[in-house]
Write a protein that binds this ligand. Structure first.
Ligand SMILES: [Zn+2]
Length: 277
């Protein structure tokens, strides 16, 4: 056989892969995230969590549904109090942010150096992880709406090298940052409760987004024009634990009723002015 010909020409029946593929191809059950009793910063901005007496997470809890779209996109990662509140409510982030392995964010130098005893990373690290998670989420929403994806990263402070196709680069960041967060979830054997991975908040957000991608249900914007919410399934009024996905225009029932009331009010004003004419 002519080996060279075989290498340059694909075997018969071979089709080029689609641009986006996932493995696995079915959603996976989520794992709970570790939460502390509280989180604060020391005078230099290092993150200090309060743990139980064994220095372990106070509790493990699953993220609320679609937090990666709903709550995360409302968060301002540059606001210290909001970030601390988010970590407090949903889970810890204790890793250092490595721009060379994740997205090239321009982080302040203050976070370099050794954290003091009891701290493992700086507020800037947590902010960078949350900004990256937001960029991932916004990238996916933009892609599903047929928009450019690079702005999602630029808006979160990500640097693009000159002379590159920005959207191609953004896809590079997307797969790199998402897969980085998914590393903790591997096939494994668990013997008597040992070897169970404990994802941090960033990893759990990546996991949530990955399941949405696998589900092939595009995020959509709430049809209530006063609500900036992206969502996949409507919350509330769900039956048998299933949230509605088909023909749903509003992120929650109260948005539908708010919109209905506003439309009625508008019609009233319009009809009123017709009468006066
Ligand atoms: Zn809404």
């Amino acid at each position: 056989m002519d080996k060279r010909r075989f290498r340059t020409r694909p075997p018969e029946g071979w089709e080029p892969p689609e641009r986006l593929e996932t493995w696995p191809e079915v959603p996976v059950a989520p794992l709970p995230v570790g939460r502390a009793f509280g989180v604060s910063t020391d005078a230099s901005g290092w993150l200090v969590y309060s743990w139980d007496e064994n220095q372990e997470a106070a509790e493990f809890e699953e993220l609320p549904d679609e937090l990666v779209l709903r709550g995360l996109l409302k968060l301002d990662p540059t606001d210290t109090e909001s970030v601390l509140g988010f970590l407090d409510e949903f889970g810890v982030i204790q890793a250092r942010y490595l721009p060379s392995e994740l997205a090239p964010l321009d982080l302040p130098l203050l976070r370099l150096g050794q954290p003091p005893a009891g701290a493992r990373n700086h507020l800037y690290d947590a902010q960078a992880y949350l900004a990256t998670a937001r960029a991932l989420s916004k990238h996916w929403a933009a892609h599903c709406e047929g928009r450019e994806v690079a702005p999602a990263w630029r808006e979160e402070g990500c640097i693009f090298p000159e002379l590159v196709m920005a959207d191609e680069m953004a896809w590079n960041y997307f797969s790199r940052c998402l897969n980085h967060g998914l590393r903790v979830f591997t096939m494994r054997l668990q013997y008597m409760g040992h070897s169970v991975p404990h994802p941090d908040l960033y990893q759990a957000l990546c996991f949530q987004l990955m399941n949405l991608i696998i589900d092939e249900l595009p995020p959509r914007k709430c049809a209530n024009e006063n609500c900036p919410q992206y969502f996949v399934r409507q919350q509330g009024r769900s039956q048998h634990g299933q949230s509605r996905t088909r023909a749903v225009k509003y992120c929650q029932p109260s948005c539908a009723s708010a919109k209905g009331q506003r439309d009625r009010r508008r019609r009233k004003i319009r009809n009123g002015s017709d009468v006066g004419r």
